[in-house]
Design a protein around this ligand. Structure first.
Ligand SMILES: [Zn+2]
Ligand SMILES: [Zn+2]
Length: 263
């Protein structure tokens, strides 16, 4: 079966291709819905992140609406992947309230100002204490859920991307994060990007976390985190397998908030 891809980047942020190329790939694959989720990073962190110019957000939403109208056979959504940084939360929340995004992915790429997903910073001081990165990741994520501003957690357990695993037991914090996500009524995505783009070579989240998310009643979406049109919908057969193995029988359709059976 085909499921929507709700995590696609175009040239409006750090993707390589235009909206149209991504939409055409989704049509070719027969996806039922496609959601763009460009980066939204607070201005003072945007140099380290990969956010689009905030002045182009109106243009972004209008361009997605225009392309959606040109491809009536596919539902195309204007989502956003918003960074949560406690020190700049007011700015992010104001931007999220100011634009008519169809949904908001919640991303923690920074802990205490350190952008841990930056490939040039693997030797940086921020990684000297791997356990601390993990701990602060979950604490920051829990804080994000409490804002009520986000719909879906993007790439849960992202700090594993470079292969840095915690030596301390994180199960308590993982439990607290899942409980906070459930309490906020948020979903999580199965993100396939790390399978062939990061050293960890497994999906976000891990099979074990996904099983616990299922037990906590958390809904799922799918996202490949495409930065090229050719990556749209990639590895979704494996993502479906992972979902089913965790006990999922449905996913969350973001266009209308309905739960749709995984057939
Ligand atoms: Zn991300
Ligand atoms: Zn992304």
């Amino acid at each position: 079966m085909h499921v929507p891809d709700y995590h696609v980047h175009s040239r409006f942020s750090d993707g390589e291709d235009e909206l149209r190329a991504c939409v055409e790939r989704a049509v070719e694959l027969g996806l039922p819905e496609l959601g763009f989720a460009e980066h939204l990073t607070p201005a003072r962190f945007a140099d380290e992140g990969c956010g689009p110019d905030q002045g182009r957000l109106d243009e972004y939403v209008a361009a997605v609406r225009a392309i959606a109208a040109a491809y009536p056979q596919l539902r195309v959504l204007a989502g956003i992947e918003a960074d949560y940084l406690p020190e700049a939360a007011d700015e992010t929340l104001a931007l999220l309230a100011a634009y008519p995004f169809d949904y908001v992915l919640c991303s923690v790429h920074f802990v205490d100002g350190f952008c841990f997903d930056e490939p040039d910073d693997l030797e940086a001081d921020g990684w000297r204490d791997v356990d601390r990165v993990w701990r602060r990741y979950y604490e920051t994520l829990i804080e994000a859920t409490q804002t009520g501003a986000f719909d879906v957690v993007a790439h849960l357990d992202l700090p594993k991307m470079w292969g840095f695993r915690p030596s301390a037991d994180m199960s308590g914090l993982e439990h607290d994060a899942l409980a906070a996500i459930a309490a906020a009524g948020m979903a999580i995505e199965i993100n396939t990007s790390a399978l062939d783009r990061y050293p960890v070579a497994e999906m976000f989240p891990s099979a074990s976390l996904l099983r616990r998310a299922r037990a906590a009643g958390i809904a799922i979406t799918f996202g490949c985190d495409a930065h090229r049109a050719a990556e749209v919908g990639s590895h979704f057969a494996q993502a479906l397998e992972l979902a089913r193995a965790a006990g999922y029988e449905s996913f969350l359709r973001l266009s209308d908030g309905e739960s749709v059976a995984l057939l």
